[in-house]
Each structure stands twice: as C-alpha cells, then as structure tokens.
Design a protein around this ligand. Structure first.
Ligand code: GTP
Ligand code: MG
Length: 362
C-alpha cells in the first residue's frame, strides 16, 4: 500500500481511538535505525514541532521494537505508540463479549510482555534501595511472572471457547446446513451485507474494526433451503500477529465455511492493496483453498464512464469488470445499503448449495 494511503488509514485508526491528528511526517531510509527507527535528524524535527502543535503522542505506522519504543519515548518525551498498540487499543474498546475480551486481553499481554520495563528498573542499580532487597527477586521479574501466568490462564480459557465453538459447528454440520463466511478488509461493508442478506440487526459503523465477534444468521426461506452466513473481524494491512493468532478461536469459523464471500469496498482508493491484503491474510490462515465469491460493495457510490452516478442495480451491467491480480473467481457488484444486487446475490448463494432444486437466477 502506498505510504500516503497507509498514513491516511493510520489517521483513521487514531481518530477511532479518540485522538486527533495534528501532523504527519515521512522519512525515506534504506533501513530503519535499529535504536530509534527514524534517523536523529527526523527525531529533532519532530521534537522541534512540539512548540507549534503541542502534540502529546507520536504514532508510528509500523511495528517498533520494545527498545526503539523506549528510546523514542525518552528522547521525544511523549508517549510513543506503534500501529499494533493503536489497533490493540481499538480492539479493547470494541470487545463486548467474554470471548472477544479474552482474545483481546491475550493479545495485549503478549504485546506488553517484552515491553515491560518496570518503574523499578532504575532502583536495581541503587544498592540497598527499598524494594530491591529481599530474596533476590526484582519487581520486574514478579511482574513478568504474573503476566506469564495470566497469559497461560487466558489461553486455557480461550481453549474452552474453541471447544465450545467446535461443538456448535459439529451440530451445524450434522444438520447439514451450508455455511458462508464473510471476509474482507475492515469497513468494506461485511456487516451491512449480512444485514441486507439476512435482514439481521447487526452493528454496522463507519469505523475500522466495528465487528469483533462472529455473528451467524440464517439466510433463505424455510429450513430446507437456507444457509448460515457468518460475519467476523475484518482484516487490515500490518495487523499485529498477536491479534491474528489471538483471534484464532474466532477465525476458525472461517475454516469450516463452504464458501467465502469476499466483500471489497469498490470505492476505496486503495482497492488493489486491500484486496491483496485479504488474499494474503487468508493464505496465512491456510484458507486459500476455499471457494470464494467476490462482491464489489458500495456500488451506489460508483459512477459510470461518463461520470453519471448509478441509479439502480440495472446500471451494474454498464460497470467494467474490475481487473485485479488474483481475481479469478466470480465477481459481482452490490450495494448493501441500497439493497442493490442483494436479492440476486442471495439467489446465487442458494443456487450454490441447492442448485438442483432451485431455478437459477442471475
Ligand atoms: N454507500 C455505501 N456505504 C456502505 C455500503 N455498505 C456499507 N457501507 C458503509 O460502510 C461503513 C462500514 O460498513 P460495515 O458494514 O460496518 O463494514 P464492515 O466490513 O462490517 O467493517 P468492520 O466490521 O469494521 O470490519 C458503514 O458506514 C456503512 O454504512 C454500501 O453499499 N454503500
Ligand atoms: Mg463489521
């Protein structure tokens, strides 16, 4: 993804976390400085901007090592966050269910553990300072052990969740209900499409990571001819690995899907990069082999070749077939909010599973 797109995305994350962006800066380097990520000149430039903008936090659009983060905080004298910390913060504010909370807390602790630097560290050097005596154990070690123990406990609780989910899935499979999983870049409109297809009351919001919990709804008429549609957390470039692995219990819902419905935001200026990110995340999760149907959403905001806006789904025929690398599967346009192409998509999905008994549409 181009740097300016990535920074724009970072800005959205900052705003979602409740911050305001007062300035951005970019440095081109052959490789990051091992100690401070950016070069010393850039550090000075950022410091000197302090008087003008009075910023309180500096956010880096990449993963910082624990020591880079510490060094930068000491030099810049403000809080320093990286993209991972910011995303973790948003996830923490979004977690509603016990399951999501467990997964987010695990990711937070795993992020925190190598960054523990203890307010006590400086005391270790002062011989005989209060709190450094005792059976040879420093506070920092105690903290590490406590967090380690918490991580172990969280992992076993998440394991319980996984077993629970596996049971539910087995039950579903026994009844032979096909499952479709919505996947896509965050904010592409997955929840809106679930709402449109299933008539379900689920949260859709113009913010990254509005959905954390997998929500499953039945789509179709009657019990015989219906499928389950599952919505889950969206993907994003540079998503912290702790998060992806912590969300395994949830993402396992995707593994058993009969079909992935990949929702792409057709209006995005970073469409190709977002599409590629979703494909590579799916590959990381070992899900590349699943059949996939790609829908280009938000088609109501597209314009035709001559610049006129679309007025209905009738205009889809006049839209070009999007050309994207890796796009080999069937492609469709939809508008989840206007309901355009939604009935045809539902029919198409039903036809996928019950084709023999249904009249093909669309
Ligand atoms: N114009 C237009 N806006 C849409 C459409 N579908 C979704 N949106 C808007 O896009 C924003 C994100 O929609 P969501 O359904 O929450 O997206 P999501 O993919 O579930 O996002 P996360 O759960 O945050 O990953 C919301 O403001 C929706 O109203 C569409 O077809 N047209
Ligand atoms: Mg959502």
């Amino acid at each position: 993804m181009p740097v300016d797109e990535s920074l724009r995305e970072l800005g959205r994350l900052v705003r979602t976390a409740g911050g305001t962006v007062v300035g951005t800066t970019v440095q081109r380097r052959r490789s990051p400085d091992p100690a401070t990520y950016i070069g010393s000149g850039k550090v000075e430039e950022i410091t000197s901007q302090r008087s003008a903008t009075d910023y309180t936090t500096v956010v880096f659009d990449d993963a910082l090592s624990p020591s880079q983060q510490l060094n930068l905080e000491e030099t810049l004298k403000v809080k320093v966050l990286d993209r991972s910390a910011l995303i973790l913060d948003i996830f923490a504010s979004r977690a509603r269910t016990r399951e999501a909370s467990l997964q987010v807390e695990l990711a937070q602790h795993e992020y925190l553990l190598p960054r523990l630097r203890g307010q006590w560290q400086h005391l270790e050097r002062t011989e005989g300072a209060i709190g450094t005596r005792g059976p040879g154990e420093t506070q920092l070690e105690t903290d590490r052990r406590l967090i380690g123990a918490r991580i172990t406990r969280l992992k076993s609780q998440i394991e319980q969740v996984r077993k629970q989910r596996a049971l539910q899935r087995a039950r579903r499979e026994r009844f032979g209900i096909p499952t479709v999983a919505l996947v896509g870049y965050t904010n592409a409109g997955k929840s809106s499409l679930l709402r449109a297809l299933a008539g379900a009351d689920v949260l859709a919001a113009d913010a990254p990571f509005a959905t954390l919990d997998p929500v499953t709804r039945r789509v179709g008429s009657g019990t015989a001819e219906s499928f389950l549609l599952t919505d889950t957390v969206g993907f994003m470039q540079k998503l912290p690995t702790q998060l992806v692995s912590a969300f395994r219990a949830t993402l396992e819902e995707l593994e058993v899907a009969d079909l992935l419905l990949h929702v792409v935001d057709a209006t995005s200026s970073a469409l190709a990069a977002q599409h590629a990110t979703v494909l590579s995340t799916l590959a990381d999760l070992g899900l590349s082999e699943l059949p996939m149907l790609t829908v280009f959403n938000k088609a109501d905001e597209l314009t035709l070749g001559d610049g006129t806006p679309l007025t209905s789904e009738q205009d889809f025929d006049a839209l070009p077939v999007p050309e994207l690398p890796g796009l080999t599967d069937e492609v469709r346009y939809v508008s989840a909010t206007e309901g355009w192409g939604v009935d045809a998509l539902r029919e198409r999905l039903l036809y996928e599973f019950f084709g023999a008994t249904l009249t093909p549409v669309g």
